[in-house]
Write a protein that binds this ligand. Structure first.
Ligand SMILES: [Zn+2]
Length: 474
């Protein structure tokens, strides 16, 4: 029987490292706030989605199944406005951008969530939640037909983001322009009364026609698919307040149960040392980077290379390091595959069923252990290249466990390797390899080893093959 290993993550609620264990003893319920589908997601959005993908992969590969739910925000001010500008219906417009999002996810090798609910398809669930909140006295209807959550009625408000009441009033003042008449500035909309500019994008409710507030969809859909209390909720750090704080308030006030037990937040991506913004022209999408010659796998590599709890400074020259690193891993993978006697390529699902305890991962056990320790990807990559260095120097020492260890690690990071590039060795290297071939023919193995090391020191590895040798970059 396979014993699951324990992943630990930083939990925002308690500000401590916490083990990720399924409360039901079977699988981890995992909810992620998904994209708003009105344009291509940019790399800042993708950094969060890819870290969440690595989280799920590490859990599954360490023996814990995951039920992954990620919503699609397909109705809000932005989607309504943009669809109208395009002269399309909201459904037609958001379907297009949802498909584009899926294509980008597939290109960067993200596992699709098992359930991907859309807000528009869950209006009834959201109305029901508001009805309960009204009944319990946590919500009130304003004159225009909008419904607000009364923050004062939920004393635990602010626990996640550590926002005090005074801050609450000042930070929300700036947001008040787009809200309607509320009793307190801290109160937030559960239902937004229809306005003329919404066109025909409204639904009927007991409080008049309108649409749900954005925060509510995540509460309604996570409750529907994962239950009122579940294991892990995740999003970008900017969602902590007010979005996640509001989710907790409305969910717990409605169900009377603890909402998510653990909160996994991904810190912002910076581009060239600055915050991403339209005006700076640094809000790259995958298409922008593809147009600059980068492969999706290289973008993924660049987006996971930093720790999720630290600002990652994304730069184009930095991203160029991904290509040689992936090439090196591809050569190593080929080398270990050969050493293991050319086994059939193990699929992700098969690797998840395997017992990936440290003994079974060979030299890649420390790298996988780094992932279990709060998803430390930079350390895992460092350990991986350290193991790679050993195996490149001593190819004969490679074991089958090394091959499977590398496969598990690559799957945990979701790295798809490019084909090994054949590079022509320079004249000087080929001359040394010829001399080595002669030394071997002369059975002067000391000389042959010396030449092999000399070639390696110059950045090439010589391999003996039938009738000669092969050269490849080390
Ligand atoms: Zn959400």
């Amino acid at each position: 029987m396979k014993e699951p290993q324990t992943l630990r993550i930083h939990d925002t609620l308690t500000d401590t490292l916490q083990p990720v264990l399924p409360a039901d003893g079977k699988r981890v319920g995992f909810y992620c706030c998904g994209p708003t589908v009105y344009a291509s997601a940019h790399i800042g959005n993708f950094r969060t989605f890819i870290v969440q993908d690595v989280f799920r992969r590490v859990l599954e590969l360490s023996g814990t199944p995951v039920k992954h739910v990620r919503n699609i925000t397909n109705v809000d001010d932005k989607t309504i406005k943009a669809s109208q500008d395009q002269g399309q219906s909201l459904n037609e417009f958001t379907a297009y951008w949802t498909e584009k999002f899926h294509a980008d996810c597939a290109a960067m090798n993200l596992l699709g969530p098992q359930i991907e609910p859309g807000a528009v398809e869950h209006i009834a669930e959201q109305i029901e939640m508001i009805r309960v909140l009204m009944e319990k006295g946590h919500a009130y209807r304003a004159e225009d037909g909008s419904v607000y959550f009364r923050v004062e009625s939920f004393p635990q408000y602010g626990r996640l983001s550590k926002v005090s009441e005074r801050e609450l009033t000042t930070t929300t003042t700036a947001r008040s322009e787009d809200e309607y008449d509320r009793d307190s500035l801290a109160d937030f909309a559960l239902w937004k009364a229809a306005k003329p500019e919404d066109g025909d994008n409204f639904w009927e409710s007991p409080w008049g026609s309108g649409r749900p507030g954005w925060h509510l969809e995540c509460s309604a859909m996570s409750t529907k698919y994962l239950g009122p209390g579940f294991d892990v909720h995740s999003g970008g750090i900017d969602l902590t307040f007010p979005h996640h704080e509001n989710e907790i308030a409305q969910s717990e006030a409605c169900t009377g149960e603890t909402f998510a037990r653990l909160w996994l937040h991904v810190v912002h991506l910076m581009v060239d040392g600055r915050k991403m913004s339209k005006s700076l022209g640094n809000m790259y999408t995958l298409d922008d980077l593809k147009a600059k010659g980068f492969l999706p796998a290289e973008v993924r590599y660049g987006l996971i290379a930093g720790h999720y709890r630290k600002h990652l400074n994304f730069t184009l020259p930095g991203l160029e390091a991904a290509r040689p690193n992936l090439q090196r891993l591809a050569r190593l993978d080929r080398q270990l595959h050969e050493a293991a006697g050319h086994p059939k390529l193990p699929k992700y699902a098969a690797l998840c069923k395997r017992d990936n305890n440290p003994d079974a991962l060979g030299r890649f056990a420390p790298a996988f252990a780094s992932l279990l320790d709060n998803l430390n990807v930079p350390k895992a990559l460092g350990e991986t290249f350290r193991a790679a260095g050993e195996l490149e120097k001593q190819p004969a020492a490679a074991t089958e466990a090394d091959y499977f260890g590398l496969r598990v690690l690559l799957e945990a990071l979701g790295l798809e390797l490019p084909p090994v590039e054949v590079e022509e060795a320079p004249e000087e290297i080929r001359a040394l390899a010829e001399a080595r071939l002669q030394a071997r023919a002369d059975k002067d193995f000391a000389k042959s080893d010396e030449l092999r090391d000399e070639i390696l020191a110059l950045g090439w590895r010589v391999k003996d093959v039938k009738g000669g040798y092969e050269l490849e970059p080390a």
